[in-house]
Design a protein. Structure first.
Length: 313
């Protein structure tokens, strides 16, 4: 009996030893496979962020060594830089208007494409395409030509209004809307996410609503919209961050003109850092934007419990 117990203990110890070795091998393999990402994250994200944080407290122009000046860059930003405040207003206006419009348009198209037909897959691909190519330099240049004085828009409107030569990009009131239209046009990714969420809503809920006499409007506001709020929240957070970090539209199409009415914050950071060679000041601007985006994201999460339905189906 004693020998049997010893044998069982040896078997148990051997099994535990084998299990520990297997776990160590798996742990080592996990570290090896994640090492490229870890190194890339440290080298291309954390280290540059640390360097830029140091430069934000320095007078630095790339060509000469940085000179530590404390909070001078931040004091100048909030007390002596009128363009900084202008870019803040332009960026907030762009993000707070274009993002909701993009999500509304994405939801409408998703509901239209919800019904499956032989050509639905083709239409989904076509509507998603702008999200892939919409942020490219080539599309920005094409968009600039479309809204030029001799562009397609004026040519089409010329059939209704003779001698139509309106400068869409030369007016402070319309230039920002040209950039917004390009942003709203890139609704494909949000549309696919909405489409996936719509497919998860059980059809039995709509059947029960029909039996109770609910019309299409009631079904949308009492079933579809509440169950979509988690997806709306996700899209809102992601698109709001992208909205505040928009760059290509302003940099390629308008360069911030006219009169800085389309000067996005990111473009101003670029100008200060690489055109005016105020790299230290540009780094300070970048960190302020990081705080702004972080604050907006935190605000969205703080208000989440007030309007996002998380009770499940």
């Amino acid at each position: 009996m004693e020998g049997t117990r010893r044998t069982d203990k040896r078997i148990e110890a051997g099994a535990l030893g084998w299990l520990r070795k297997a776990m160590r091998r798996e742990s080592t393999a996990g570290v090896i496979f994640t090492l490229p990402f870890t190194i890339g994250f440290l080298v291309f994200m954390i280290v540059p962020m640390g360097i830029s944080l140091y430069y934000s407290f320095c007078k630095y122009n790339i060509l000469s060594p940085p000179e530590f000046i404390g909070l001078d860059n931040f004091i100048k930003m909030f007390t002596a830089d009128a363009i900084f405040l202008k870019t803040i207003g332009v960026t907030f206006y762009f993000a707070l208007v274009s993002v909701p419009l993009r999500l509304i348009f994405a939801l409408i198209v998703a509901m239209v494409l919800l019904k499956t037909t032989k050509v639905t897959g083709f239409y989904r691909a076509v509507y998603y395409l702008p999200s892939i190519i919409g942020g490219s330099v080539a599309v920005a240049i094409l968009w600039k030509r479309i809204f030029a004085v001799d562009g397609v828009v004026n040519a089409l409107l010329g059939h209704l209004i003779p001698d139509m030569k309106f400068s869409w990009l030369g007016s402070e009131k319309t230039a920002i809307w040209v950039l917004m239209l390009l942003s709203i046009w890139q609704f494909g990714s949000s549309m696919l996410i909405f489409l996936s969420a719509l497919k998860q809503i059980p059809s039995t809920l709509y059947d029960s609503a029909k039996v109770d006499g609910a019309n299409k409007s009631s079904q949308f506001f009492r079933i579809t919209l509440p169950l979509l709020t988690p997806t709306i929240f996700f899209n809102l957070v992601m698109q709001m961050i992208n909205g505040f970090l928009a760059f290509t539209q302003s940099f390629i199409i308008t360069q911030g003109k006219p009169l800085n009415s389309t000067l996005f914050y990111t473009v101003y950071v670029y100008q200060q850092s690489f055109e005016f060679y105020n790299t230290g000041y540009g780094a300070a601007l970048a960190w302020v934007m990081l705080l702004i985006v972080g604050g907006i994201t935190a605000l969205l999460f703080a208000t989440k419990r007030l309007w996002v339905y998380e009770g499940g189906l």
